[in-house]
Design a protein around this ligand. Structure first.
Ligand code: MN
Length: 258
């Protein structure tokens, strides 16, 4: 099959090429990735600057496109301009660090898969829970195994899979748990500092992991050493609440018009 591979860590990121090495064994793989790290840019797209795409040789021979935009730009540009045919699957990753819970809202890795799903394509966002020296090999093998399953089963239009793989996994066939997106809040405080001119600035980071008390959620699955797979929808409508919202008394707004 034809696979478009992208990420939010930039075209030189190890996780991207670990995945490319595995996927290219059986598939046609095209790499279109940001020219620098774009982690946590969410689903932003570039409107007020031109976007450049440079064909680049990485790893002493592997080719890819380095794009001066966001992960969502990369997917959009690849699908609309760079690729000769639509891919059968779009894979974003492998991101170093889990993308679970509320972080799905910030993740560029997830946004790239979401952009592909907006085009009606099958897409995977893949992240590896890891410390400083991530070992992508097992995670990449897992993606190599699940990719044909995605094609076989298909995904509903507008739905993609968010896959998180625990660190230190020995077997790519280790347990999979289908989980929901967690809602636990990460404690990521601002560091309040002073610059050399004594003006205050803030630096965000140093995330403390939540306790993962929601057993059916993605974070808990990872904490229990399961590969977590969450189907995520692009449609953000809160359907059950639509009915409640209809019961608001919107007529009263008319009475207050001047
Ligand atoms: Mn990243």
């Amino acid at each position: 099959m034809n696979i478009l591979l992208t990420n939010d860590d930039g075209i030189h990121a190890q996780g991207l090429w670990a995945l490319q090495q595995v996927l290219r064994r059986h598939h046609e793989v095209m790499v279109v990735a940001p020219d620098r790290e774009r982690s946590a840019v969410g689903h932003g797209i570039t409107l007020h600057h031109p976007i450049r795409a440079a064909e680049t040789i990485v790893n002493g021979g592997d080719r890819g496109w380095a794009v001066s935009g966001t992960p969502a730009d990369c997917v959009k540009l690849a699908l609309m301009e760079l690729l000769e045919c639509q891919p059968d699957l779009v894979v974003s990753g492998i991101n170093p660090g889990a993308n679970v819970g509320v972080n799905l809202n910030y993740s560029g890795t997830v946004a790239a898969a979401k952009e592909a799903a907006l085009f009606g394509l099958n897409a995977l966002a893949v992240s590896l829970q890891c410390d400083e020296a991530p070992d992508y090999a097992v995670a990449a093998e897992f993606v190599g195994r699940i990719a044909p399953m995605v094609l076989q089963n298909g995904l509903p239009p507008g739905t993609f899979l968010n896959i998180n793989i625990p660190d230190g996994l020995a077997d790519p066939a280790a347990g999979v748990r289908i989980s929901r997106q967690g809602s636990e809040i990460y404690d990521s405080p601002f560091d309040k500092r002073k610059d050399p001119r004594n003006r205050t600035y803030y630096w965000q980071g140093g995330e403390a992991l939540p306790p993962y008390t929601e057993d059916d959620a993605d974070g808990a699955a990872l904490a229990q050493k399961y590969i977590s797979i969450t189907p995520v929808r692009c449609d953000m409508t809160d359907y059950p609440y639509m009915e409640m919202l209809k019961k608001w008394n919107f007529n009263q707004l008319k009475q207050h018009r001047p």
